[in-house]
Design a protein around this ligand. Structure first.
Ligand code: COA
Length: 200
């Protein structure tokens, strides 16, 4: 009788095992979704802040951000005088504490052509969507001005590819070459890639 009862309960365990593994799967699944949710929430919280037009009091901070990347060779340095004179080109991302953590410039070259330049996000704040927001803000200003094409010279081909830019020949932008590139220490051996976005 006891043996029969034991055999019965063994059978029950064997039968309930598939349900157990389904329950286990569900628990692991729910836990992992919660983790993903927590991580995405954390990421969203971490990018609290706003895009705004640059102010004269931001210039020193913008200069420092650009200098740090220029020292690594990922950006061209910009003189303080140039930043002051092109201040109206610039937007910044200000975090929730009021600190400028990224910047980007929209510089008009010709009737249908503008450049995205001086784009930088502090290393501590990268990969949270700030670079995309900065470029999109310049794109929306370009649209409102009736500009048809945006270009950039960059090492960040993949990043701009994510935003819809495509690789083109640098010779498409003689205005850029004669206005800026001729003053660059790398001229005429520029190793940056030219990318273009047609604004619909
Ligand atoms: C380029 C830079 C501005 C990107 O800023 P960021 O805030 O990290 O970029 P985001 O988080 O907005 O990324 C937007 C998309 O590009 C991708 N991306 C960002 N940096 C990338 C990189 N180096 N390589 C490949 N993909 C990249 C992101 O994964 C994201 O993709 P998703 O939309 O599919 O999620 C930043 O890396 C930087 O300041 N670099 C140094 C200065 C520089 O090279 N500036 C460019 C000069 S023109």
């Amino acid at each position: 009788m006891k043996r029969e009862r034991e055999a019965g309960s063994r059978k029950k365990n064997v039968r309930s095992r598939p349900f157990l593994s389904v329950r286990l799967f569900l628990r692991v699944f729910v836990a992992s979704r919660r983790k993903i949710f927590r991580e995405s929430l954390k990421k969203d919280l971490e990018i609290l802040g706003m895009i705004r037009k640059a102010r004269i009091t931001d210039v020193v901070e913008i200069h420092k951000i650009l200098q740090d990347f220029a020292a690594e060779g990922t950006l061209l340095p910009r003189a303080l005088s140039e930043l002051y004179s092109t201040l109206r080109d610039l937007v910044v991302f200000e975090d929730e504490t009021g600190r400028v953590v990224g910047c980007c410039g929209l510089h008009i070259f010709w009737e249908d052509l503008a450049e995205i330049r001086s784009l930088a996000v502090l290393k501590t704040h990268q990969r949270r969507g700030i670079g995309r927001l900065l470029v999109e803000s310049c794109l929306s200003e370009a649209k409102s001005l009736g500009i048809l094409k945006l270009f950039t010279l960059t090492y960040q081909v993949e990043f701009f590819g994510h935003l819809g830019f495509r690789s083109v020949d640098k010779n498409m932008f003689p205005q850029k070459v004669w206005a800026d590139c001729v003053h660059c220490p790398k001229f005429p051996n520029c190793d940056e890639s030219a990318l273009l976005l047609d604004i619909a």
